[in-house]
Design a protein around this ligand. Structure first.
Ligand code: FAD
Length: 595
């Protein structure tokens, strides 16, 4: 059976040594009190909850799955109790607005709690994860009355929130959606339509479910410019936020699927259900981006969370499983064979996973800090620069983390040999659970297009210019640090490739728009490797300074992993540059009928 131990040492390294979070928080109004004395106990308590309460339900939740009977969805045994413990512990509102009962802690801290929760049980974590996104969206876009009626219970977690975009004929292309909303007087609307694949659309964990539904008003223009957002509750809240009458919202069925079986995936019917407009008419997609941007980071993190569990289990197994002898001669001559961790090929798989995991943990925390800066920093130019870099990182985190996360789970399954294929060890569940993250919240190819086709061009290329400039300055500022060149040189080479790829893409796109589509996936991967390389170089700098007298071996391991990353993974930027420069002709030449 799989095991999980929250990687608290590495989390504290990222927060305190890499980001110097306490100093950063001191500069952000409202976070001045968030010191190490507060941060560490939050992490430690979250670790206990995740390891002892949530993780034990991971396997049973997968085996039992959700069930559907007469419109009612039951989550797997134990989920309700664990959810109650989660809510009673105040975990649901950790970084939510204190005005509505949240604890108002920085997202840079709660992102670590989310990592642990998703490692422990990604299916379970989806329910509060969606609620959190709904809280952010309602808080930002709904009017005062709706916020007062719905937010306190959502923040508390006694009510939950879900995101309702997809219809059977419309997934990526939301301009096709048909669900409609008719004005019904007194600021209310009647929402009619069917949504599919709605995570947590119906469940038995919370008293009420608040659906954020995209629909069209009668005068809506066609396409994405005619979409509005509505708050459609399962039970309509009274003025005082109490539970009122049942709304015409029902679950038609649930899907049977490859993974995340403890999370309900629902067909939802809205039969003239009462809804309330959130934000401006026809601008619902813009409002939904508040939710989607949060969920995209959360879904990206699933790659890290599952990769971490996969790594921990595969590393333990590799130290114990005896097969073959080291190529250099027996390492454990008293045993019938050496443990498989002596084999370079097994180490290759483990180290790649470890290097991606630790790099991803650093990058997602750094990005979360930019999110906190973009909303709280007193200087508008700092807020703008932070928002720019967050815009670039969201597609990178969503797509690259989930690709490597799936790859990591299957590489770690490979470390188990045939035993990895057998349910008992838990590795096959990780592979199944990791797969969806590459698809939902927008398929990864779409995020690559978002980066290469949209984000690069925004504001005349301001964000990408600033990011490339910042990595270049990061390298230049550290050239005098003894021993750091072995990390800075490969990063500089990778950055030069990213610069070349960006210029090439700009020019090629003017010749032929398909060049963007053909190059976008490789471009995103190249960008991601540079972003990881930047985090690894800084981690290595800290480890170099602290390795002497380090009895725990932590900094030695950090350096070894950093070396593996810059020498064996970062050079992939060269092949990615060559591939994207091969151009669109190579993918567009074959006629559709010939496939
Ligand atoms: C388990 C599960 C849970 C989900 N939860 C939710 C939820 O809570 N709420 C919700 O609203 N939805 C949810 N979804 C829906 C999910 O977000 C969509 O499935 C996803 O966005 C992809 O849409 P699609 O399935 O219609 O694929 P399509 O849009 O049909 O895409 C198919 C393929 O074509 C590619 N493609 C499409 N258009 C383009 C283009 N313009 N350029 C290049 N490539 C393109 C895509 O990248 C993809 O590879 C969930 C789905 C699943 C399976």
């Amino acid at each position: 059976m799989a095991t999980y131990q929250a990687p608290l040492r590495d989390m504290k390294f990222v927060l305190h040594e890499l980001l110097d979070a306490e100093r950063e928080f001191a500069a952000l109004p409202g976070f001045e009190e968030v010191t190490r004395d507060l941060i560490d106990p939050v992490l430690e308590e979250a670790a206990k909850l995740c390891e002892n309460v949530v993780f034990p339900l991971n396997r049973t939740g997968d085996q039992e799955g959700c069930t559907f009977e007469d419109g009612t969805v039951r989550t797997p045994s134990g989920f309700r109790d664990a959810y109650r413990t989660f809510v009673e512990g105040g975990w649901n509102g950790l970084s939510c607005n204190p005005e509505f009962g949240g604890q108002g802690l920085p997202g840079t801290l709660s992102v670590f709690v989310e990592e642990m929760l998703q490692s422990a049980n990604v299916a379970f974590a989806l329910y509060p994860g969606l609620t959190h996104g709904a809280c952010i969206t309602i808080d930002k876009h709904a009017d005062e009355a709706l916020r007062r009626r719905y937010l306190p219970k959502l923040v508390e977690g006694t009510w939950s929130g879900v995101m309702c975009l997809t219809e059977s004929h419309c997934g990526t292309d939301l301009g096709l959606l048909r669900t409609r909303a008719e004005p019904a007087g007194e600021g209310r609307y009647r929402v009619t339509g069917t949504k599919i694949f709605i995570t947590g659309g119906e469940q038995d964990l919370s008293e009420n479910i608040v659906h954020l539904v995209l629909a069209r008003l009668p005068d809506a223009p066609a396409g994405v410019k005619g979409i509005s957002m509505f708050l459609v509750p399962k039970f309509i809240a009274g003025e005082d936020g109490s539970l009122g009458e049942r709304n015409a919202v029902s679950c038609g069925s649930i899907e049977h699927k490859m993974g995340i079986r403890g999370a309900s995936t629902c067909v939802m019917n809205y039969d003239g259900a009462i809804g309330y407009l959130i934000g401006e008419p026809h601008r619902g997609l813009q409002a939904m981006f508040s939710m989607m941007n949060y969920e995209r980071i959360m879904v990206g993190q699933q790659g890290l969370s599952l990769g971490e569990v996969a790594y921990q289990n595969a590393a333990d197994y590799a130290r114990e499983r005896l097969q073959g002898r080291s190529l250099k001669g027996p390492v454990a001559p008293d045993l019938p064979a050496d443990p498989i961790i002596v084999h370079p090929d097994v180490r290759r798989m483990l180290l790649a996973t470890r290097a991606y995991n630790e790099g991803a943990r650093a990058l997602i925390a750094w990005t979360s800090l930019q999110v906190d800066r973009s909303t709280r920093h007193p200087d508008p130019s700092v807020r703008e620069a932070a928002a720019d870099v967050v815009g670039l990182m969201i597609p990178v985190i969503k797509a690259f983390f989930t690709d490597y996360g799936f790859e990591s789970c299957h590489q770690c399954q490979q470390v188990f040999g045939g035993h990895g294929y057998i349910a008992e060890w838990g590795m096959e569940q990780l592979v199944r659970d990791a797969r969806i993250a590459q698809i939902y919240e927008g398929a990864n190819g779409i995020h690559a297009l978002d980066l290469a086709g949209r984000k690069l061009a925004m504001n005349g290329g301001r964000a990408i210019r600033a990011y490339i400039g910042s990595v270049s300055a990061f390298i230049a500022e550290r050239r005098e640090v003894p021993g750091l060149d072995e990390f800075l040189d490969p990063l500089a080479a990778a950055l030069a490739r990213l610069t070349e790829a960006t210029q090439w893409l700009n020019e090629a796109a003017r010749r032929d728009p398909d060049e963007i589509g053909a190059a976008s996936y490789d471009y995103l991967r190249l960008f991601a490797l540079v972003a990881f390389g930047r985090m690894w170089a800084e981690s290595a700098q800290i480890a170099l300074a602290k390795q002497e007298g380090d009895n725990s071996g932590f900094y030695r391991a950090k350096l070894a992993t950093a070396r593996f990353f810059v020498r064996r993974l970062l050079p992939n930027t060269a092949s990615l540059l060559a591939t994207l420069r091969a151009g669109a002709d190579t993918v567009m030449a074959l006629e559709a009928e010939a496939f």
